[in-house]
Design a protein. Structure first.
Ligand code: FAD
Length: 435
């Protein structure tokens, strides 16, 4: 049997491509060696955001004047709920794939040549191949038995002392969540600041919140070794030793490009990633690579986007990626979200002047619009509760070439944090109402 497309990996990249190709009537084979939904649905985006929701709910309820703060958390019971929720999501994805005729094979896909692969004993022939094998956490020699994202998200108890090696978005998101759940958290970061990918102005409120939560941040510090005998001892290069009940190692992720016969295709690489053109095509015209394996940013919505473009091209359309309006989100408290790029004008509206933020007892942050000399929106940033939900309006403006005035003249519902986006847009060409 010859398939129009074989897809290795069923994360946001692989399963989205399978559904799209199925919708176009193509004969699709989707191969997964672990769980449908990949890292994102099972061990990444979804469980981490569930944990963050839990931590925020408990934290804000406890901190609300008049609330009775004495309630307990049974993390074990919560984990059972979490896996039920994830199973609901992943079985929904599986059902959807099957409803579009996608054939799912469980096992490790091994590429044989540019038109054949095998899973266990069976060989499959394909017209096109999509490599969507994702990424894995970077490990460090000499740091024994730490937790990675999968294990920390599956803890059955809140650790009393948690050391996090790596101050990127995963470390800071989870560090803040565990601090709210009661852990004494220390983050060790090799560089001189945390969250290095984001504008320092946007990170400042996060540093303030981390301080309020007593999270220790040790920047310009490297971990020399980690030993475990009962408790963990984390030795820093400056000789300091941190004691911990759990240690999370999260110093980046590397694309999965080995162990499945990729080398047989002799594809051009781009550093550790598979090199693709704007059609998501590799150096072989019938082989595509999407998601984490195909380059930065390693984000689920980038994988979904790549998947659509690759599928369109397999179906004969001429589709190219354009990451100009890519949203980036850090799910801290407040959330940080940004998109596009800065230009000649930048506005800044404080969330302290927003009614809805006040009702949430959460006013740390600001909303920014970036515009060119003609007032066309080139980007923006939101540091506020639900920034992750608000950034799409700014991405849409960038994508569509809208003027700041288009946002400013749009009626936004009251009371919402989204009014902050309107007010920041108004600041580009006039005055906001509430500042
Ligand atoms: P993956 O999701 O990694 O899926 C790849 C799949 O391929 C896996 O299921 C793997 O088992 C399978 N596979 C690999 N090799 C083979 C083989 N040879 N045969 C068969 N199957 C194979 N991104 C966001 O956008 N928002 C977030 O909030 C967010 N939070 C995150 C939190 C954490 C803790 C982590 C670790 C990541 C987070 N990410 C987030 C990143 C996101 O998870 C990834 O960008 C996304 O999963 C990439 O999708 P993908 O399809 O490229 O690969």
């Amino acid at each position: 049997m010859r398939y129009d497309a074989a897809i290795i990996g069923s994360g946001p990249g692989g399963y989205a491509a399978a559904i799209r190709l199925g919708q176009h009537g193509r004969k699709v084979l989707l191969i997964e060696k672990d769980r449908i939904g990949g890292e994102c649905l099972n061990y990444g985006c979804i469980p981490s955001k569930a944990l963050i929701e839990l931590a925020n709910s408990m934290h804000y309820l406890k901190g609300m004047p008049g609330a009775n703060p004495s309630f307990n958390l049974n993390l074990k019971e919560w984990q059972t709920w979490k896996w039920t929720m994830i199973n609901r999501l992943t079985s929904g994805v599986e059902t959807l794939c099957k409803s579009y005729g996608v054939e799912i094979v469980k096992g490790t896909g091994l590429i044989l040549d540019e038109h054949h692969l095998s899973v266990s004993e069976a060989t499959y022939e394909f017209e096109n191949l999509i490599v969507a094998t994702g990424s894995s956490p970077v490990k460090i020699n000499g740091i024994d038995s730490p937790l990675y994202n999968r294990e920390i998200l599956d803890l059955q108890e809140v650790p009393r002392r948690l050391v996090i090696i790596g101050g990127g978005y995963i470390g800071i998101e989870l560090g803040m969540a565990f601090a709210k759940l009661g852990s004494q958290v220390t983050v060790v970061e090799m560089l001189d600041k945390i969250l290095t990918g984001a504008d320092p102005d946007l990170v400042r409120p996060i540093e303030r919140r981390l301080k309020e939560l007593n999270v220790g941040i040790l920047t310009s510090n490297r971990v020399r070794k980690v030993e475990k005998s009962g408790e963990y001892s984390v030795e820093l290069e400056n000789g300091e030793i941190l004691k911990a009940d759990q240690v999370l190692l999260t110093v980046g992720r590397r694309p999965n490009v080995t162990g499945f016969g990729l080398e047989r295709l002799n594809l051009q690489m781009d550093g550790p990633f598979i090199k693709t053109d704007r059609h998501m095509r590799t150096s072989l015209p019938n082989v595509y690579a999407i998601g984490d394996v195909a380059g930065q940013p390693m984000l689920a919505h980038k994988a979904y986007y790549d998947a659509e473009v690759a599928s369109d091209n397999i179906c004969g359309m001429d589709s190219v990626v354009d990451y100009r309006a890519m949203p980036f989100v850090i799910y801290t408290d407040p959330e940080v979200a940004y998109t596009g790029k800065k230009s000649v004008s930048e506005s800044s509206f404080p969330t302290a002047a927003n009614g809805r933020s006040l009702t949430m007892n959460n006013t740390l942050g600001s909303v920014h619009i970036y515009a060119d000399s003609k007032g066309i929106v080139t980007g923006g940033a939101v540091v506020a509760p639900h920034a992750s939900e608000l950034i799409s309006e700014i991405s849409l403006a960038v994508e569509s070439g809208l003027m700041a005035m288009d946002i400013g003249l749009t009626i936004h519902p009251h009371p919402t944090v989204s009014e902050g986006v309107k007010e920041a847009a108004e600041m580009i060409y006039g005055k906001p109402l509430h500042f």
